[in-house]
Design a protein around this ligand. Sequence first.
Ligand code: TPP
Ligand code: MG
Length: 265
Amino acid sequence: MCQCLSNTRDMCKGRQMPIMYHSREGNLFSISGNLTTQYPQAVGWAMASAMKGEDNLAASWIGDGSTAEPDFHHALTFASVYQAPVILNVVNNQWAISTFQAFAGGTREPFAARGLGYGIPGIRVDGNDFLAVYAVTQWAAERARTGAGPTLIEHVTYRASAHSTSDDPSRYRPKEEFEAWPLGDPIKRLKQHLIQLGEWSDKQHEDLEKELDKHAADSWKEACTYGTMSEGPSLDPSNMFEDVFKEMPEHLKKQREQMLAEGDK
Ligand SMILES: Cc1ncc(C[n+]2csc(CCOP(=O)(O)OP(=O)(O)O)c2C)c(N)n1
Ligand SMILES: [Mg+2]
């Protein structure tokens, strides 16, 4: 929540777009706004980890449209050549903002098939089936952990909502298209499955939803006390000179001093 507000508790110190957070403790890297850069980064990290004799694996996610970036192919080449312990996921939600996935070639051959030319197993999964996604990810993780190398997974899904708040999907696709999407809502499907098994109930589901809504609302309220976009407290602007270079170059030191002096006036 604090990261979304770019406030004084934002771990990215206001330098990232909303939801591009990271977590050092959780081994979660931040993505960049530049599509697909996370793919070669994940492969490089996985290779480095393997070279150090560690038992880690990396996982990365991109969209259907992002498969058209050269970084996709660079990553697959290196992952294949070095047998990196990495899981490369393509979330095929049918749309890259207003561009249908067919533009990136997804209706000619599945995106998963692109792995085959590189000697990387490619598998296509119903991305709205939680258990199928879980199973295939475990399989890919097992491959990575046992030194069998990378796996490419295509998750077939659908972006029911708009790409962002500035996007209006009614301008490029039928308004009710999402209702005709055959694979359904993943949460509803898992819920029904668990109810049928006798492991869950409508009441439990409703209670959990209420609890989570409250948790989100409370977290938002608390986060707002550390600053919002329009109300303080605000981040110290001189932060912007830090964390880029290990040792700050002279010209940045000067600029920072200049800025602090201006602020004192
Ligand atoms: C290199 C680059 N080109 C263009 C953009 C602008 N852009 C942001 S999101 C997006 C569409 C991404 O579509 P997709 O890869 O299918 O991912 P999705 O958002 O659907 O998960 C585009 C073109 C960008 N961020 N980076
Ligand atoms: Mg997409």
